[in-house]
Design a protein around this ligand. Structure first.
Ligand code: NAI
Length: 338
């Protein structure tokens, strides 16, 4: 519970620090897919982060415009646009953190796995370039299906001889952000204080919010618990349907990715007690990848925390999600090795 409390506090401190005057500005960050819906909003938020000295915006198109636009904001982060595959190596050189939201988003009726055909290849290519140009960087993967794209990244890095399991993160922060928001609304809590761990993966039933471990402690009756769990699992689809063909979550995702990026940088800087949930290489379950709370430090995911005490209800979901998540992991590994 002290871990939970420090996470909630850290999130609140983070928000305040973002608007405060700059102190350190030392990190170099690349966004791959920076001209997209997530990429643009995320780049704006990163441009406001005083820890980032240099922000490299890479996409196959559109980044000269996005970079020119952002470069006029009076924050000290320098921004440079890189467009087209020929510029990818330059975009990555010297980066401490690489964030990947490149790829196609869902349309109504699609699952995240329907994106596999296109996004698997994009993530593979981009990770090969990371291995060649900034092999020591932390990598935050947003491109869906995250349950498969993270194993793909790991395989690519293994092949290149650069794999460090502590440095590859599937970004599941949006599931936590949504859980905190929905629970605060339902229970009339200050949203800055709420912290709900979300474990498993990032698609449908593989998303398992641990409402029994909510901070502050919160009571749900059986119907409420079921409704809240299912809403969190389907929250991405709520947005896909509301956007009616125009894509999936971009603004809330950018917010969540900026929070994850900042946590990674604070970890790199040696700050203590930085925790976020993330989908990482893990020995918490029998699966090679699993999302739980991780402690971020100078080497990346310094510690992968266990799931903690689960209720019977949560154990039921965990049992159901394991085979589905396993299938997505195997599919990613098979793709990377074919
Ligand atoms: P978008 O279509 O608006 O933007 C994607 C961008 O990627 C475009 O600018 C496109 O030019 C670029 N791109 C395509 N191929 C590329 C390549 N080979 N190299 C570099 N850039 C490339 O899509 P949006 O809405 O920004 O979503 C991006 C991804 O994020 C999707 O896969 C989506 O499913 C995923 N996503 C993940 C979430 C999560 O919680 N992890 C939440 C929401 C979306």
């Amino acid at each position: 519970s002290s871990v939970r409390r420090s996470t909630a506090k850290a999130a609140a401190t983070t928000t305040r620090r973002r608007v405060a005057t700059a102190t350190t500005s030392e990190y170099k960050v690349a966004v791959l897919g920076a001209a997209g819906g997530i990429g643009q909003s995320l780049s704006l938020l990163l441009k406001m982060n005083p820890m980032i000295a240099q922000l490299n915006l890479y996409d196959i198109q559109g980044t000269p415009g996005v970079a020119a636009d952002l470069s006029h904001t009076n924050t000290q982060t320098k921004v440079t646009g890189y467009a087209g595959a020929d510029s990818l190596a330059d975009a990555l050189k010297g980066c401490d953190l690489v964030i990947i939201p490149a790829g196609v988003p869902r349309k109504p009726g699609m699952t995240r796995d329907d994106l596999f055909e296109i996004n698997a290849g994009i993530v593979k290519t981009l990770c090969e370039a990371v291995a060649a140009n900034c092999p020591g960087a932390l990598v935050n993967i947003i491109s869906n299906p995250v349950n498969s794209t993270v194993p793909i990244a790991a395989e690519v890095f293994k092949k290149a001889g650069t794999y460090d399991p502590k440095k590859v993160f599937g970004v599941t922060t949006l599931d936590v952000v949504r859980s905190n928001t929905f629970v605060a609304e339902a229970k009339g809590l200050d949203v800055n204080d709420v912290d709900i761990p979300v474990v498993g993966g990032h698609a449908g039933i593989t998303i398992l919010p641990l409402l029994s471990q909510s901070y502050p402690a919160t009571k749900f009756d059986a119907d409420e618990l079921e409704a809240m769990t299912v809403r969190i699992q389907n929250a991405g689809t709520e947005v896909v349907e509301a956007k009616a063909g125009a894509g999936s979550a971009t603004l809330s995702m950018a917010y969540a990715a900026a929070r994850m990026a900042e946590a990674c940088l604070r970890g790199l800087s040696g700050e203590a007690d930085v925790y976020e949930c993330s989908y990482v290489a893990s020995s918490v379950t029998e699966l090679p990848f699993f999302a739980t709370k991780v402690r971020l430090g100078p080497g990346g995911a310094e510690e992968v925390l266990p799931v903690g005490d689960l209720t019977e209800y949560e154990k039921g979901w965990l049992e159901k999600l394991i085979p589905e998540l396993k299938g997505s992991i195997d599919k990613g590994i098979a793709f990377a090795n074919k």
